[in-house]
Ligand binder design. Structure first.
Ligand SMILES: Cc1cc2nc3c(=O)[nH]c(=O)nc-3n(C[C@H](O)[C@H](O)[C@H](O)COP(=O)(O)OP(=O)(O)OC[C@H]3O[C@@H](n4cnc5c(N)ncnc54)[C@H](O)[C@@H]3O)c2cc1C
Length: 416
C-alpha cells in the first residue's frame, strides 16, 4: 500500500512526473470485483483525514469512498476494569466524520488503478528482490554517495536494475532493510491480533474499543452492515478464538464487548460537557472466518542510507490499537515525495544522503517516534493493573471525556 501510494504521489505531481519509477512486488496485482464481494475482507485499515487528503491529492479516493468503505462519526473507548469511558464525536469539532474504515484490498486496488495512468511508472510482478548493492559510506563521516555510483538491485529471476534511489516499502520483514544492513529494534507484545468481518444487529457508525484484561477489542464499521473486529489478546486465547465456530466467536465477541457492568463515569466529576456512554451493537454469527497475526513493536534506527529510504512498516511497526499503522506510512509518503519534489526543483540528486536525512528521515523519525511511544504507553497503561491503578485510569478517561479542549487536542492528534 505505502510503496504504491508513493509512486502515485510522484506520478500525479507535475514536478516529479518526469521521474521514471519502477514499482515491483513479489505478489500479484490486487484486483477487486465490482460490486465488491458481499462479505468484506478481514484485513482493513482506518484511514485518517490526513490519509484521505493524500488519496484525494493523488486521484485515488473515488475508488475508496463510501459505499466501498465506511465513515465513522463517533469513537468510544472504555475499560472493562473500571468505570471510566471517553466518547468522541466528529460534530463536536465541526467535522462530518472522524475517518473511514476501508478494506486493504480496496485501498490497494485504487492505488493500482491510478498507477496505470502514469506513463513514467512501470509495474513489475511477481518480482522478488534478491540482492542490493548500495554505495559504500561511513555513517559517522556523513558522506554522500560517490558521484555516478548508482544502487543496483538483483531480482530473483536474475534481472538487474540500477536506480538513483531505492525505496524499501516491503513491509515489517523488509528484505531491503536487511540487505541495506539497517538495524532495527523489535519487541514482541507476546500477543496476537484476531481479525474478522462480522455482521452487527444494528447500524454501526462508531469505532468502538474496549480495553479487556487481555488486551483491546475494536469493532469498526466497514460496509454493507458488516464491521471488522481487531481483538488483541494472549497467544493462547487467540489460538482458541481462531478455532471457534461462527456462533462461538459471535458469542465471545458479544460477551467481551457488552459483558460486565456499563461504565457510568465518575460521579464526582462535572457531567455537563460529558458525552453519554452508548452500548455497542451486538454482532451475529456469519461473516468471514477469523484469523490472527502476531503483534510487535519495531523500528529501524535509520530510515536512510545513500540511495536508499525505508517507508511504511519496513521502517516502523506499531500496535494496531489505534489503527495508526498504515497512516504513519502515508505520512512517510507525504514527506518523501516533498523531498523528491525539492530535489527535482533544485537539481539535486534524489539519492543524496543529506537531502534524505533533512527532508525525510529527521521529520519522520520524530513524528513516528512520538506515535510509537504514545501507542506503547497506552498499551501498558491498559495492561491488567491493580484496583488502584485501574481507578486512576478510569478517572483519566473521565477527565478527558469531560474536558472538551483536551478531547479536541487528542482527536486532532489521532486524526493526523
Ligand atoms: C491485526 C492487524 C490490524 C491492523 N489494523 C490496522 C488499522 O486498522 N489501521 C492501520 O492504519 N493499520 C493497521 N495495521 C497495520 C497495517 O496493516 C500496516 O501498517 C500496513 O499494511 C503497512 O503497509 P506497507 O505497505 O508498509 O507494508 P505491507 O502492507 O506489508 O506491504 C509490503 C509489500 O511488499 C511486498 N514485498 C515484501 N517483500 C518483498 C520482496 N522481497 N520483494 C518484492 N516485494 C516484496 C509484499 O508483497 C507487499 O505487497 C494492522 C496490522 C495488523 C497486524
Amino acid at each position: 500500500m505505502v510503496g504504491a501510494a508513493l509512486a502515485c504521489a510522484l506520478g500525479s505531481n507535475p514536478i516529479t512526473a518526469s521521474l521514471r519509477v519502477l514499482v515491483m512486488d513479489r505478489g500479484g496485482p490486487t484486483e477487486v470485483t465490482s460490486p465488491l464481494p458481499e462479505v468484506p475482507d478481514l484485513r482493513v485499515s482506518t484511514v485518517t483525514p490526513a490519509s484521505v487528503q493524500l488519496f484525494q491529492d493523488i486521484g485515488a479516493w473515488e475508488d475508496v469512498a463510501p459505499p466501498r468503505s465506511a465513515a465513522f462519526q463517533h469513537m468510544q473507548v472504555w475499560d472493562e476494569g473500571g468505570n471510566g469511558y471517553v466518547r468522541y464525536s466528529a460534530g463536536n469539532v465541526g467535522l462530518a466524520n472522524m475517518g473511514y474504515v476501508a478494506e486493504n484490498r480496496v485501498l490497494q486496488a485504487a492505488l493500482m488503478r491510478r498507477l496505470k495512468d502514469f506513463k513514467n511508472s512501470t509495474l513489475f510482478w511477481p518480482a522478488s528482490l534478491e540482492a542490493l548493492t548500495l554505495p559504500s559510506y561511513a555513517p559517522e563521516a556523513h558522506e554522500g554517495p560517490s558521484t555516478n555510483s548508482l544502487a543496483e538491485l538483483r531480482l530473483a529471476d536474475g534481472r538487474t536494475i540500477q536506480a538513483r534511489l531505492v525505496v524499501g516499502a516491503d513491509g515489517a520483514r523488509s528484505r531491503t532493510r536487511q540487505l541495506a544492513d539497517l538495524r532495527t529494534f523489535s519487541r514482541s507484545y507476546h500477543q496476537r491480533g484476531i481479525v474478522a468481518s462480522v455482521r452487527t444487529q444494528q447500524a454501526n457508525d462508531t469505532a468502538w474499543q474496549r480495553f479487556l484484561p487481555t488486551g483491546p477489542l475494536a469493532l469498526l464499521p466497514v460496509r454493507d452492515g458488516y464491521s471488522n473486529i481487531v481483538w488483541s489478546t494472549s497467544v493462547q486465547q487467540a489460538m482458541a478464538l481462531e478455532k471457534a465456530s461462527p456462533q462461538e466467536f459471535a458469542l465471545a465477541v458479544n460477551e467481551a464487548l457488552n459483558g460486565g457492568s456499563t461504565p457510568a463515569g465518575n460521579p464526582l466529576l462535572p457531567s455537563r460537557s460529558r458525552e453519554e456512554f452508548v452500548a455497542p451493537p451486538a454482532v451475529s454469527a456469519g461473516g468471514s472466518k477469523q484469523r490472527s497475526f502476531p503483534l510487535t513493536l519495531a523500528g529501524a534506527g535509520r530510515y536512510v542510507r545513500p540511495r536508499l529510504a525505508l517507508v511504511g512498516d519496513a521502517a516502523h511497526v506499531v500496535h494496531p490499537l489505534a489503527g495508526q499503522g498504515v497512516n504513519l506510512g502515508f505520512g512517510d509518503v507525504r514527506a518523501l515525495s516533498a523531498a523528491l519534489t525539492h530535489a527535482v526543483e533544485t537539481g539535486r540528486d534524489p539519492g543524496e544522503l543529506a537531502l534524505l536525512e533533512e527532508m525525510y528521515e529527521e521529520p519522520r523519525q520524530r513524528e513516528n517516534g512520538m506515535m510509537m511511544v504514545a501507542l506503547d504507553s497506552l498499551k501498558h497503561i491498559f495492561a491488567p493493573q491493580s484496583g488502584f491503578v485501574a481507578s486512576v485510569r478510569g478517572l483519566g478517561l473521565d477527565l478527558i471525556n469531560g474536558t472538551p479542549a483536551l478531547k479536541a487536542r487528542i482527536m486532532k492528534y489521532a486524526m493526523g
